[in-house]
Design a protein around this ligand. Structure first.
Ligand code: SF4
Ligand code: F3S
Length: 251
């Protein structure tokens, strides 16, 4: 601990992942020892280190308030939003900062989100409403039906779940927990018409059956979405559909 302006600051040792694929033969870590007051977030520390020590450190951020989903990274091995992770909540005074796994490095802590967005697009994350039956004003939904979606509409597309999933480290074509949660959100929507026929597209080892139920995506989600639950729910729905189809109870 050190005293500064009457406040008690804590001294931290930051080890920050560095890699510029255009220049560096391999990744390395830079170490910075810095003191910060209670309440300082990892993002604030990174901004300060960038300003005072090395303006070449690359990382993404925007809103600083857990809304934009830009600052997902590994802090001491856990996928988190840097803007909502206070240094004081970490165990000890060593802070290891690395990029999210399962995506290529663009530079330092910045990863190439392209595979995440491509997976997301595969579930067609928009309302598939009845196009031949357009309402004059809007498609109304009852409050009860809206509340069913509540736990799933807060996704900020931070990719922390995507970066945390070990299956994506082995099977890069797995659609992943964020995309499946979004699919579940639309399959639950009273206004969405796509039905089980669409779900059948994910009846394979790149879709719903790739998940090994490892639960890391639940731990990683800063918005308390529970992707594993949505995967399980869609699996049950798919099995029920296949069963009904087998006995010709549905077309
Ligand atoms: Fe981020 Fe959670 Fe959405 Fe995954 S489900 S992208 S962890 S907000
Ligand atoms: Fe991956 Fe979450 Fe399944 S971590 S294996 S998607 S439960």
């Amino acid at each position: 601990m050190s005293q500064k302006n009457g406040n008690t600051d804590t001294r931290y040792t930051f080890k920050i992942f560095r890699y510029n694929p255009d220049v560096d033969a391999q990744p390395y870590y830079d170490t910075f020892v810095k003191s910060y007051p209670r309440g300082t977030t990892v993002l604030e520390a990174l901004l300060n280190i960038q300003e005072t020590e090395d303006d070449g450190i690359a990382f993404r951020f925007s809103c600083r308030s857990a809304v934009c989903g830009s600052c997902g990274m590994l802090v001491n091995g856990a996928p988190v939003l840097a803007c909502r992770t206070q240094l004081a909540t970490l165990i000890g005074d060593q802070v290891l900062i690395e990029p999210l796994p399962n995506m290529d490095i663009v530079k330092d802590l910045v990863v190439d989100m392209k595979p995440f967005w491509e997976s997301y697009r595969r579930v067609e994350p928009w309302l598939h409403a009845d196009s031949g039956n357009e309402p004059e004003k809007e498609r109304l939904q009852s409050p009860d039906d809206l509340h069913k979606l509540d736990p799933y509409i807060n996704c900020i597309l931070c990719a922390c779940c995507y970066g945390s999933c070990p299956v994506l480290g082995m099977e890069e074509d797995y659609v992943g927990p964020a995309a499946i949660s979004k699919l579940f959100r639309f399959m639950q929507d009273s206004r969405d018409q796509r039905g089980e026929g669409f779900l059948a597209k994910f009846n394979n080892q790149r879709g719903l059956w790739a998940c090994h139920t490892i639960f890391r995506c639940i731990d990683a989600c800063p918005k308390d979405i529970r992707p594993t639950d949505t995967i399980e729910a869609l699996r049950r729905r798919l099995v029920a559909y296949r069963f009904k189809k087998f006995f010709r109870l549905v077309k």
